[in-house]
Design a protein around this ligand. Structure first.
Ligand code: SF4
Length: 301
């Protein structure tokens, strides 16, 4: 069995920065209550490592970031890489919380673009419903309209000076399809592609794979960019694509009859988890035994 280690993969700058900010916050404020507003990034291992540092992680997919703030009464609140609307900053300040902002600079740039545009026009924002990044952008103005499927356009009437933009971690192929649908209804709209560089190069590396019969994406099931990599694998013609959280989730029976397996990971996946999967695969290819090596002491590094 040939094992292809796909590059680039794993942590992007925005995620690495958010994790560093969380670590530094705890070091600088010993004894103070620190709460993360949502999962710092969508990876259970990273969330657990933050909890081990003493950070309380507030997450409930049925509640918005604004609503989750009701559960924080004092101390420091860390805003995650996904960004939040202005209403969340205002509410946190009104509650007297100290804000530590780990919003990814790429997401912040989308916020600036949208805020600037809604002064004079409307925004069609291609994003995933209930995803925190989409929640943050849609919450910026009533002139931002979330589009997650072509049918969402049907309820919209005439709009002025339309800008079409998108969530940073979507599949570039899905975004292209939805941009076409938006342009059919609003042919004069301006388009600003906001898929971030990290997402784009990781997706292209999967689309460029040739003669692979199994793609393994190491990533959390909540991670949008990890799910997109798996779906792109299928669209790139790879017969099977699996999303696994870590090596324990890979059943070696999946490897029977596989001659070329490619391994990649989402931008919120710690490198150590992907290295562990690769190492187990190499051992399996050489010996036929499925042996999972231990993770390093600090799996986030
Ligand atoms: S995937 Fe892109 S937008 Fe998201 S944190 Fe990473 S660099 Fe930022």
């Amino acid at each position: 069995m040939e094992i292809i280690s796909v590059h680039p993969r794993g942590y992007c700058q925005g995620v690495a920065r958010a994790i560093r900010i969380a670590y530094e916050t705890v070091q600088k404020h010993p004894g103070e209550p620190v709460t993360m507003l949502g999962m710092i990034v969508h990876n259970a291992h990273v969330v657990k490592a933050c909890e081990d540092l003493g950070i309380r992680c507030l997450e409930d997919p049925r509640r918005t970031r604004l609503e989750l703030l009701d559960d924080i009464d004092s101390g420091i609140v860390i805003l995650t890489a996904h960004g939040v609307s202005d209403a969340v900053y205002e509410k946190a300040r009104a509650k007297g919380l100290q804000i530590v902002d780990a919003t990814c600079p790429d997401v912040a740039r989308t916020h600036d673009l949208v805020k600037q545009h809604v002064r004079t026009g409307d925004v069609l924002y291609i994003g995933k419903p209930h995803h925190p990044e989409a929640e943050g952008v849609v919450g910026l103005s009533e002139r931002v309209h979330l589009i997650s499927r072509p049918e969402d356009l049907e309820k919209l009437g005439p709009l002025s000076q339309v800008l079409i933009t998108n969530q940073t971690t979507l599949s570039k192929l899905d975004v292209q399809d939805l941009v076409r649908a938006c342009l059919q209804k609003y042919p004069d709209a301006e388009v600003a592609d906001e898929i971030c560089q990290a997402t784009s190069v990781r997706q292209q590396a999967v689309l460029d794979l040739k003669d692979v019969d199994l793609l393994i994406v190491v990533g959390d099931p909540h991670s949008n960019n990890s799910n997109q990599l798996r779906e792109l694998g299928a669209r790139a013609g790879i017969p099977r694509a699996l999303l696994i959280g870590d090596a324990q989730e890979l059943d070696p029976r999946e490897l029977r009859q596989v001659s070329r397996v490619a391994v990649t990971s989402g931008s919120s996946t710690p490198t150590a988890l992907t290295e562990q999967v690769l190492s187990a695969l190499h051992t399996y290819a050489e010996t036929g035994s499925w042996i999972i090596p231990d993770l390093p002491q600090d799996p986030l590094l």
